[in-house]
Design a protein around this ligand. Structure first.
Ligand SMILES: Cc1ncc(C[n+]2csc(CCOP(=O)(O)OP(=O)(O)O)c2C)c(N)n1
Ligand SMILES: [Mg+2]
Length: 327
């Protein structure tokens, strides 16, 4: 089923809003107002394309730390994200106990991941097993970086899902680096999609800078999973346009020329040009969206800054089911 014009514009809006929100997080970090940020800049097309292929509130999502745009597409608000950066009590992932960007959102069936990379993959396979045992037609989407597909957990999860024909889509966001390690020092194959055939399932590569292409590829895999035809590995290729995190200096391992070259394939610009060329967006409408994004981010920053911190006496309460007596 092809996307309606309205849906295409909405997907572009989510990408734009997420980009401006992500950029603001960098500014807040450089102003010394937050301690840490890990960015999804350059990965918005894959994230929004994939999120709009599952059914919100019905299907399950097990994301990873770069998925800010995916989370916004799934209904997390900018203020909720910013509250996690400021460590505020009302942030929905953990009430400020988790590191920022360890995303979860109970109301949208989005499950938190642990800090060790790839541990989310077996969680996703396990949820998919539960769905199959319940004979439900839900689907699980899970994401991961290409570097983390070297981890045993990823192979175990994909293998298990293939053996048991589980309704799960493994989306690999291949941004070409794992911190400072380029893909060619990470794997001897052409990418994560190539690994899939060795485990007995389909592996598909897609241009991860093209939101509507990613959407269609993930949608096909979701339909297949929902029909009981098993899992798919999808590798979306893009480029991490920022350093790994606010603690990283990428000048030590890649040239500025390389980064500048990849900015020509910035997914926001590609999506904007696509909508302009199809007559779905005008320059004036685009400027209006930019202003709207700026004012929504401004408002969200204010709300998050004004929100209360968790109370000291609640420090252990969301971690343990019952209060623990340390005396
Ligand atoms: C098991 C484990 N080893 C190392 C780390 C440190 N670490 C955090 S992110 C990361 C890079 C992961 O790269 P990739 O999977 O390509 O994802 P990207 O950050 O590029 O999106 C590493 C090595 C970790 N969190 N867990
Ligand atoms: Mg990577």
């Amino acid at each position: 089923m092809s996307l309606s014009n309205e849906k295409k514009k909405e997907m572009f809006w989510i990408m734009l809003l997420s980009r401006r929100l992500d950029e603001r997080a960098w500014v807040l970090h450089r102003q010394g107002k937050i301690a840490f940020h890990i960015s999804g800049i350059g990965q918005e097309a894959a994230q929004v394309g994939a999120a709009s292929a599952i059914t919100k509130g019905k299907d399950w999502l097990v994301p990873y730390y770069r998925d800010l745009a995916m989370m916004i597409a799934m209904g997390m608000t900018p203020a909720e994200f910013l509250m996690s950066l400021f460590g505020k009590a009302a942030e929905p992932t953990s009430g400020a106990r988790q590191m920022p960007s360890h995303f979860s959102l109970k109301r949208a069936n989005i499950v938190s991941h642990s800090a060790p990379v790839a541990t989310q993959s077996p969680h996703a396979a396990g949820i998919a097993l539960g769905i199959k045992m319940d004979k439900s037609d839900q689907v699980v989407l899970t994401t991961i970086g290409e570097g983390a597909t070297s981890q045993g957990e990823w192979y175990e999860a994909v293998n298990f899902a293939a053996v048991h024909t589980l309704p799960v889509v493994f989306l690999v966001e291949n941004n070409q680096y794992a911190i400072s390690v380029p893909q060619k020092l990470q794997m001897a194959v052409s990418g994560a999609a190539e690994k899939a055939c060795g485990l007995g399932l389909e592996g598909i590569k897609v241009d991860g800078t093209q939101v509507f292409k990613v959407h269609q590829t993930v949608l096909d895999a979701v339909v297949k999973a929902r029909q009981g035809e098993g899992p798919t590995v999808i590798e979306a290729e893009m480029y991490r346009l920022t350093p790994h995190s606010s603690d990283d200096d990428d000048r030590s391992y890649r040239t500025r020329e390389e980064v500048e070259r990849h900015k020509k394939k910035d997914p926001i610009i590609l999506a904007k040009n696509h909508l302009l060329s199809e007559g779905l967006l005008s320059e004036e409408e685009y400027q209006t969206l930019e202003e709207k994004a700026k004012s929504q981010v401004d408002d969200a920053v204010k709300a998050a800054q004004q929100a209360p911190f968790p109370k000291g006496e609640t420090a252990a309460s969301p971690v343990y089911a019952q209060e623990v007596n340390h005396g």
